[in-house]
Design a protein around this ligand. Structure first.
Ligand code: SF4
Ligand code: SF4
Length: 820
C-alpha cells in the first residue's frame, strides 16, 4: 500500500544564486555540490509565477491553513527591492483566499537598510539574519572576498530590526557553531542583539568530511551546546532556542520543530533560481548533485515532488533510519540528526549522524539537567516536578525570606513558572496522544499544532496565555486525572479527553493574541466555548448540528470569529466584520473584564472554566453593576496599598494577574483564598470596604509568592506528616500549611502595624488589637517551624528571615490594655 503523502508546508525559493560574502564555511559554494555555477543569477518572473501557482494548487488540494516561504540565496537581497516586491506580491496574490502565507527572508544582512525594512514591512516579510556570535567569532568565517570581516555591517542591520519601527519584522538569528569560539560569550553576544529566537546550527559535515574537532574530543559540540544550555536555563529560557526546545518537546512527546532533530517527516522543498526542485540545501555537503530531484516547477506538481523517493526517505520516521538509530534510546529526540550528516560513501545515508556521540550526549545532558531523578514518565505526570533551575540571586532570595520581595524577585519566580507551565502543557499533549482517538483528543492534537506554530514566531502570545493562572490549574487537573485513571474505565478516560480538548481553546487564545491565521474546532463545556484569558461564548440553546452562526469579536487587539456548523463549534482568527449583538438578544460573548486602577490592570476572572479551584465556591458571572463596584473598591484598595503598604506593591504589580470573585460567606466573614497551581491569581469575596480588600490581597499574594518558591526549592521534608497547632486555625495543620500561614501572617501583622497609625480613630484602636494578636501568633508559629526539625537549610533561612521581620515588631509599644 502506498504511504500517505506528506504535503509540503515550507518552500525555500532561491531568488539569487550569488553572494556578497565569501564565508569559508558556506555550504552553497564551499562544499561538495557545485550546481550554483550553472544556475541563473536571478530567479525569473516565470519561475516565480509557477512557484506561486504550484503552491496555491498544493495548499488547495491538501487544505493547508498556512504555507511558509523563505526567500533565500546565495544572498537574496542581491535580487534587489523591485524583484523582491514582485515575488512577494505574486505569492500573496496566488495564495489569497487559499491559505495564509508566512513569508520570510534569510539574509546575511550586509545590504539590509531602511529602504529594505520599509519594503519588508509593506509586504509583511519577516527577516532572519546569520550571525555567529561576538566579533572575533563571526569574522572567523563570515568575511568578504578580500578577507575583511562583516560583523559591524551585520550588527548595523540587526540594530535596524531590533529597535523601533521594524521590530515586528525581526524573526531571529542563525548561528553556525564553531567550537573554537567561547560558547557562553557567543550566547551572550547573540542575546545582546535582543533576538526573538536563536537557531544554533551544527556545521554541515558527513562521515567522508567530518567536522573539525580537537584530537580525542568526541563530544566537543555537545559540550559547547551544553554550556549554552546551562546559561539559558539559569536565565529562565528567556527566548526560544530551537535545538533545546526541540529536545525538551520531543522528550515530552511533542513535535521537534526542526529538521535537524526528531522523527517528524520532512515537509520542506527548495526551488532553485532555474525553477528546478531540490531537497534541503544541507545535502549540498554530501556529494555533487545530492539535493537534485530531476523535477522542475513547470512540468511537475508539488505532489510529484513529495512522492520522490529521496524525499520519501525522510518521511518514514524510525523505519527510515539505520539499525543503530532504530535501537537508540534517544531516537525520539535525535531522529538520526540532520539527514545530510548521515552520509558516507558506500552506505549513503544509512548511517547514524556524524554527530552521533554529540547528539547522544546533548540529549542526555538536557534530560539530566531538567529531570535529574527519573526523567519524565511516559504519561507526563513526572513533568509536574522537573527542577526548573532558575537561579534567584542571593539578595532576592533573602528578601523573599523576610516575607517581602520586589519586582526583581517576582521576575525570577515568573521565569520558573513559565518553564513549569510549558512543560505541563507539553505533558498534557503527550498524555492526550495516549488516549483513544476521539473529537476531544483531536482537538488537543490540533491545539498543540497551532500552539507550536504560534510559539515559533510569537512566543510572547503563548506565554501570555500559558501564564494565565487557570491554564496551569487545567494542566495539573488533566495530569492528575491521567495519574489516577483506572485501567479500562472508558467513562473516566472519556471525561479526561474532554478536559484535554480545552487545549484547542488555549491555542486559539494564543493565536488571537498573535494575529496568526488559525482555525480550530473547540469543545463546549457547561454550555460555553472557552478562550482562556479572553472570555467565553455562551452556546446554550444552540445546536451546532443544524444551525450556522457566525459572530465576530475583538479581543486583545484582534478580531476573531466563533461559528457553528457541521455539528461543532469553531474559533478562527478571521477578520470579518464585528457583530453588534441586537438589543433583543442576550450577549453571548462574555469577555474577561479588567480591573483598571492607577498603573495596575488585573483580570476580574469570572468566566474561566477552571477558576473554581479555591476550596470556596467561585461566584457566577457578575452583572455589570457588581463588576463596576469591584472596580471602584479595587482602585481604592490599590491606592491604599501603594500609599501605606508600599513594600508589597512592587511584587503585586509584577505578579498579580487575576482576581476571582468568590461567593460571600452567609455569616458575613471575609473570604479569600489562593490555589497552589494558580500562580498570579487570588480569590476574594468582595468585602464591605476597600481597606479589607487591600489586606486580603496582600495576605493572599504572600501565598502566591511562597507557593512559587516551593515550586522551585524544597523548604521542608515532605515526608514529615505530623500536624501542628497554629493560632489562626482550629484544626492542626501540616508543615506546609504552617509555613504558608506564617508567611502570610507576617504581612497581615505588618498591615495592622501600619493601620494603627493611619486609620480613623475607631479602626486604629481595632488595628492595635489586631497587630498585637498577629505578631504574637506569627512569632509563635515561627518557633513551631524552627523546632520542627524538618526544615531544609533554605527552609531554615526562610524561618529566620520571617523572625528577623517580626522580632522588632514585638518590641513596638501598643496601647495600654491591648494584649496579644
Ligand atoms: S552569507 Fe551565506 S550564502 Fe553568502 S557566503 Fe556566507 S554562508 Fe554562503
Ligand atoms: S544519537 Fe546516534 S544512534 Fe541515536 S538516533 Fe542519534 S544519530 Fe542515531
Amino acid at each position: 500500500m502506498e504511504a500517505p503523502l506528506v504535503p509540503f508546508r515550507q518552500l525555500v525559493l532561491k531568488v539569487h544564486s550569488r553572494c556578497d560574502l565569501a564565508c569559508d564555511h558556506c555550504y552553497v559554494y564551499e562544499h561538495q555540490d557545485q550546481s550554483w555555477r550553472s544556475r541563473p543569477m536571478v530567479v525569473s518572473d516565470e519561475t516565480v509565477a509557477w512557484t506561486a501557482a504550484r503552491l496555491a494548487e498544493h495548499a488547495k488540494s491538501h487544505r493547508l491553513d498556512q504555507i511558509r516561504v523563505v526567500l533565500h540565496g546565495g544572498e537574496p537581497l542581491l535580487a534587489g527591492p523591485d524583484r523582491l516586491r514582485h515575488v512577494a506580491r505574486t505569492l500573496r496574490d496566488a495564495l489569497s483566499g487559499v491559505c495564509d502565507l508566512d513569508l520570510r527572508i534569510h539574509t546575511n544582512g550586509i545590504l539590509l537598510d531602511e529602504a529594505y525594512c520599509r519594503l519588508f514591512a509593506d509586504e509583511d516579510i519577516k527577516v532572519g539574519i546569520s550571525v555567529d556570535g561576538y566579533q572575533e567569532a563571526h569574522d572567523r568565517h563570515r568575511r568578504y572576498a578580500n578577507g575583511r570581516g562583516s560583523y559591524h555591517q551585520v550588527v548595523k542591520a540587526i540594530d535596524l530590526l531590533r529597535t523601533g519601527l521594524y521590530r515586528d519584522l525581526y524573526a531571529g538569528l542563525l548561528c553556525t557553531i564553531d567550537i573554537a569560539n567561547d560558547p557562553v560569550a557567543v550566547y551572550e553576544a547573540l542575546m545582546a542583539l535582543d533576538p526573538p529566537r536563536i537557531d544554533f546550527l551544527l556545521p554541515h559535515a558527513t562521515w567522508d568530511n567530518p567536522p573539525p574537532r580537537p584530537p580525542g574530543a568526541r563530544t566537543a559540540y555537545a559540550e559547547w551546546l551544553l554550556a549554552i544550555f546551562a546559561r539559558w536555563i539559569a536565565a529562565g529560557r528567556p527566548i526560544p532556542i530551537r535545538l533545546f526546545d526541540s529536545v525538551i518537546s520531543t522528550t515530552l512527546g511533542g513535535p521537534s520543530g526542526t529538521e535537524a532533530a526528531g522523527l517528524e517527516p520532512s515537509d520542506l522543498v527548495v526551488v532553485e533560481t532555474d525553477g528546478t526542485y531540490e531537497q534541503a540545501d544541507s545535502l549540498k555537503t554530501a556529494f555533487d548533485g545530492a539535493p537534485a530531484t530531476g523535477l522542475d516547477i513547470i512540468h511537475h506538481e508539488l505532489d510529484v515532488v513529495a512522492r520522490h523517493p529521496a524525499i520519501g526517505a525522510r518521511q518514514r520516521g524510525v523505519a527510515g533510519l539505520c539499525a543503530t538509530c532504530q535501537a537508540c534510546p534517544v531516537v525520539a529526540s535525535c531522529g538520526g540528526g540532520l539527514y545530510a550528516h548521515r552520509y558516507r560513501s558506500g552506505t549513503g545515508f544509512d548511517n547514524p549522524s556524524v554527530y552521533c556521540a554529540d547528539l547522544m550526549k546533548l540529549i542526555k545532558g538536557i534530560r539530566q539537567e531538567l529531570w535529574p531523578a527519573a526523567g519524565p514518565s511516559p504519561q507526563g505526570a513526572a513533568a509536574i516536578n522537573p527542577r526548573h533551575r532558575i537561579a534567584i540571586p542571593e539578595d532576592e532570595l533573602a528578601e523573599l525570606a523576610t516575607g517581602f520581595g520586589g519586582s526583581g524577585a517576582l521576575a525570577h519566580l515568573q521565569r520558573a513558572q513559565r518553564s513549569l507551565r510549558r512543560a505541563l502543557v507539553a505533558a498534557v499533549h503527550e498524555a492526550a496522544t495516549g488516549l483513544a482517538a476521539n473529537a476531544h483528543t483531536a482537538s488537543a492534537r490540533d491545539g498543540w499544532h497551532v500552539l507550536t506554530r504560534v510559539d515559533a514566531d510569537h512566543p510572547e502570545a503563548v506565554d501570555a496565555v500559558l501564564g494565565y493562572p487557570y491554564v496551569r490549574v487545567w494542566a495539573t487537573h488533566c495530569l492528575e486525572g491521567i495519574r489516577d485513571i483506572r485501567p479500562g474505565d472508558a467513562s473516566q478516560a472519556g471525561s479526561l479527553s474532554a478536559d484535554m480538548g480545552h487545549l484547542s481553546g488555549i491555542a486559539m487564545a494564543a493565536a488571537i493574541r498573535s494575529g496568526l491565521a488559525a482555525q480550530l474546532a473547540v469543545p463546549v463545556r457547561n454550555g460555553f466555548v472557552y478562550l482562556p484569558s479572553l472570555g467565553r461564548f455562551d452556546v446554550t440553546g444552540t445546536d451546532p448540528a443544524d444551525m450556522a452562526i457566525v459572530e465576530s469579536f475583538r479581543g486583545c487587539g484582534d478580531t476573531f470569529t466563533i461559528a457553528a456548523g457541521d455539528g461543532q463549534w469553531t474559533v478562527s482568527t478571521s477578520r470579518g466584520a464585528l457583530n453588534d449583538t441586537p438589543a433583543d438578544r442576550r450577549p453571548r460573548w462574555q469577555a474577561v473584564r479588567q480591573l483598571a486602577a492607577h498603573n495596575l490592570s488585573v483580570a476580574l476572572e469570572d468566566a474561566d472554566a477552571f477558576r473554581d479551584c479555591h476550596h470556596w465556591p467561585a461566584a457566577p458571572r457578575l452583572g455589570d453593576q457588581t463588576a463596576s463596584h469591584w472596580e471602584s473598591q479595587f482602585t481604592m484598595a490599590w491606592d491604599l496599598i501603594q500609599r501605606e503598604h508600599g513594600a508589597y506593591a512592587p511584587a503585586l504589580k509584577a505578579g498579580l494577574s487575576a482576581i476571582v470573585p468568590l461567593t460571600a460567606n452567609v455569616a458575613g466573614d471575609d473570604v479569600s483564598a489562593t490555589a497552589r497551581h494558580a500562580f498570579g491569581a487570588v480569590a476574594v469575596a468582595l468585602p464591605a470596604d476597600h481597606a479589607t480588600l487591600a489586606l486580603l490581597l496582600i495576605h493572599e499574594f504572600q501565598h502566591v509568592k511562597l507557593g512559587a518558591v516551593m515550586d522551585m526549592f524544597d523548604l521542608f521534608d515532605a515526608a514529615d506528616e505530623r500536624l501542628f497547632q497554629v493560632a489562626w486555625r482550629d484544626d492542626p495543620r501540616p508543615l506546609e500549611g504552617v509555613l504558608q500561614g506564617t508567611y502570610a501572617h507576617v504581612a497581615v501583622t505588618d498591615f495592622w502595624r501600619v493601620r494603627r497609625h493611619t486609620a480613623e480613630e475607631a479602626e486604629a484602636r481595632a488595628a492595635q488589637t489586631q497587630f498585637a494578636r498577629w505578631r504574637a501568633a506569627t512569632a509563635e508559629a515561627t518557633e513551631t517551624l524552627a523546632d520542627s526539625g524538618s526544615l531544609t537549610p533554605l527552609g531554615q533561612r526562610f524561618v529566620e528571615g520571617m523572625q528577623n521581620s517580626i522580632t522588632p515588631w514585638l518590641a513596638e509599644p501598643v496601647s495600654a490594655g491591648v494584649d496579644g
